[in-house]
Design a protein around this ligand. Sequence first.
Ligand code: HEM
Length: 547
Amino acid sequence: MSRFANLAARASASVASNLTAAHEALPLKGAASPRASLFFPPAEPLTVALAVLAVVASALIYEQLNYQRKKAGLPGPRWTIPVIGKFADSLNPSLEKYMEGWNSGPLSVASVFHIFIVIASSTEHTRKILNSPAYTEPCLVASAKKVLCHDNWVFLNGKRHVDYRKGLNTLFTRKALSVYLPIQENIYRQHFNQWLSDPATKPQPYMMQFRDLNMETSLRVFCGDYISEEGAKEVSDNYWLITVALELVNFPFAFPGTKVYKAIQARKTAMKWFEHTARESKKRMADGGEVKCLTDAWIKAMLDAKAGQLEGEERRVLVRDFSDREIGMVLLSFLFASQDAMSSGLTYLFQHMADRPDILRKVREEQYRLRGDDVTAPLELDVLEQMEYTRVVVKESLRLKPPVIMVPYQANKSFPIDSGYTVPKGTMVIPSFWNALHDEKAYPKPDELIPERWLEGPNSPAEQNPKNYLVFGSGPHNCIGQQYALLHLTAVLGTASVLMNWEHEVTPLSEKVRVIATIFPQDGARMKFTPRAAPAPGTAPEVAASA
Ligand code: HEM
């Protein structure tokens, strides 16, 4: 290696001296120097070719040396592919390839387009990255700042991030969640009706239908009726362009036609509607209107803070004028953070339930017990909160197939991640959740869906290892929407279980995972839904559940 380096260095030195000589001799345009009139022969084509070759060779050797220095013996490709590194792999991510890396050691490395990447797979290393804000900050994926806007609150750090986030906590209080529940219910019941009237007689891929349910729920919960039907459709149709642009590393320039360019256009469409929502909500709330969605809840809290109706810390973080654009960017960040994760979670939830009728029966039993005879009655928040079994089914389904398998962070300074390795400044450092969530010490039989593991009391392995449950991350950037997410999935499953039966066509691809930012079954979850008759009044829950 060093021999090549020496050769290259010598070659470039000789080329450089030739070039200097040539430059000194070059007739400069407009220069009156007597030298300018001298005649110099053009550089020999061979010399130019050698010069170019030497420069390229030096750059390539430097790239490899730099990679080796940062790798410092960690598992990962022995050499990096010149310039593009593992770009081809990042275009076609697969769980199997990620697993190879995770299983090669608690830390492993890769490089894509000169971005050096350290991947953490153990619970300890993953948590260390998530909980070291002095050294690391989320960078999401490389395209995220272009897509979400550089000044989006999710890229804040330290105290500014903490304060901003405290202001947003008001959107996920019990009071706020009870405003959202009827909106959610209205939407998912409409979608159930559509699924039931699907004329297809055989199971069809339902992944996109689950996605549509989540998209419409999110838009209505966040924006209420401020977005028109056409607006909601426009945002929803375009949003897929954002999803597919969320590769770990994209083509570095957002040229027209690239995925990132298209995602930026989709973001502009969404922002148009979100800023409109902020503007209209401000007017309605100022006129004393009722809180009907998340944006209303936020603006009302700001008005209350201004009017002195909130106190202390709550007042401090809310008493300022958030512009329409800032509010729009928060809504965008919520949609961005929730849409794909919720869609993945819901897809696997329906798939897991169809594949495990014994568990679905227990869910139904709980639903009939809590809802009584009238399964069409609106769901109340306190009833939803009593659905203990349904909730642990959701929790376990998310553990088995965690929607988010990794969250890219960046080391903003040299980061001593353990006693043997220091992550170089500027490295993309990726905590991964799969191994923690499939660790058999915390979750015996980790590849099985066992909701009961969450009901075995405080001494059970699952409860003894709460640090392993990384579905929603950990540390200052952990998921702000997790309570809402769990309630939503519980409500959808609970209501679906009493209104519908569903069949899943298991194919060789059902258990194979497709990674598109979050994870999905490769066959798109082939399902068929049919109506489920309401039990006759007075039927015992266990009897109704077995029907
Ligand atoms: C099943 C559904 C969901 C899953 C699995 C999920 C998972 C995650 C994960 C893993 C993170 C990164 C945590 C970290 O860096 O430590 C995160 C962050 C975040 N999530 Fe979720 N999430 C879900 C639903 C939602 C929903 C419904 C919302 C909003 C309504 C939301 C809003 C956010 C936001 C804003 C962040 C960034 C927080 C910050 O930087 O302070 N998520 N989520």
